[in-house]
Design a protein around this ligand. Structure first.
Ligand code: SF4
Ligand code: SF4
Length: 317
């Protein structure tokens, strides 16, 4: 049960990417990480992505997997997609080489279904030719359907200041009656005080149900495995923990194999860790191979990488 995983601090969530709308990539990620021991998968809120995850579960024959779908309020980077202005682009190839999700082709075209909105390409473009464009979902229809399709957690990313959009989407999440609702929050544009006020307002709107708070460091920043990368996530978790709220606390945003250790050093008693960028990066050389489905050795090596990462996130007293 999900509650047991959270109660035992054994909740590891593989973040496939709220913007990752590529069914084959999701299928391979869920397949490898379910074999590695992951029980919870964060997916884009699209029927074909849920189907891809379920197909992977059928292939791996692992029972009791749980699915979470994430949506964002306006201003949340997770719902952005890159757009290239061909008039400004000089075809230097930098974005193509940098993109962690292979979402830019060698012809410098964005493959929208693969773009997770991380913004690395835009930050590094020498000609300022890339902008990030919001792609909002039809949450009113899609979220109840997700719950009916077996999704256990509905998560709202609440970065930004659009309170109207936040209230609207949070209400739809609660009306959809998921097993758990989750709030993913960071401090990029909110003070510590604003973070806690926002969380308190949101959880009071869904009493008596328990909420998961996903303390987000720097969203989609886990491109390496250092303490520095995970520092902000742990600092954010400390703020939530110190507020002593009646919530489950999970950590994300720059999380990696160092997160659990740093949490322990800082006295953070988390219920779970969610990892996206780093978890995807370590299996990318395997899951992008053309012989992936026919090569057992490739699959086994990828599973070992995933297992090692999951082991590193186990809460140690
Ligand atoms: S980094 Fe910018 S200029 Fe270079 S190829 Fe990409 S869009 Fe074009
Ligand atoms: S670098 Fe990030 S934002 Fe740019 S295309 Fe790739 S996934 Fe999308």
């Amino acid at each position: 049960m999900l509650k047991t995983l959270l109660d035992n601090s054994a909740f590891f969530k593989l973040v496939c990417g709220a913007g990752n709308e590529d069914p084959e990539s999701v299928k391979r990620l869920v397949y490898i990480y379910s074999l590695a021991g992951c029980k919870v998968f964060d997916l884009s809120a699209h029927p074909e992505i849920i189907s891809a995850a379920k197909e992977a579960q059928r292939l791996s024959a692992i029972d009791n997997l749980y699915y979470c779908v994430s949506i964002g309020i306006k201003g949340d980077p997770h719902i952005n997609k890159a757009r290239i202005d061909s008039g400004k682009c000089i075809k230097c190839g930098s974005c193509y080489k940098l993109c962690p999700n292979d979402a830019i082709s060698e012809y410098i075209k964005v493959k929208t279904s693969k773009c997770i909105g991380c913004g690395f390409c835009a930050k590094n473009c020498p000609k300022d030719a890339i902008s990030m464009v919001e792609k909002d979902a039809d949450v009113k229809n899609i979220l109840p359907y997700m719950v009916q399709s077996g999704v256990s957690i509905l998560e709202l990313h609440v970065m930004g200041h659009d309170n109207k959009d936040l209230d609207y989407k949070w209400q739809i999440i609660n009306d959809s009656k998921p097993e758990f609702a989750s709030i993913c929050i960071d401090r990029e544009s909110l003070s510590n005080k604003e973070v806690l006020t926002r969380i308190k307002n949101m959880i009071s709107a869904r009493e008596p149900y328990t909420t998961i708070i996903q303390a987000d460091g720097i969203p989609m920043s886990g491109s390496d495995d250092t303490y520095k990368t995970t520092l902000q996530a742990v600092a954010m978790a400390e703020i939530i923990q110190d507020a002593k709220l009646p919530v489950y606390l999970t950590v994300s945003g720059g999380t990696n194999s160092k997160t659990a250790e740093l949490c322990k050093l800082c006295g953070i008693k988390y219920n779970g860790i969610a990892i996206g960028s780093w978890a995807r990066k370590i299996v990318k050389p395997y899951i992008t191979r053309s012989d992936f489905w026919s090569n057992n050795l490739v699959q086994e090596e990828a599973v070992l990488k995933g297992k090692k990462l999951i082991q590193s996130t186990i809460y140690r007293h």
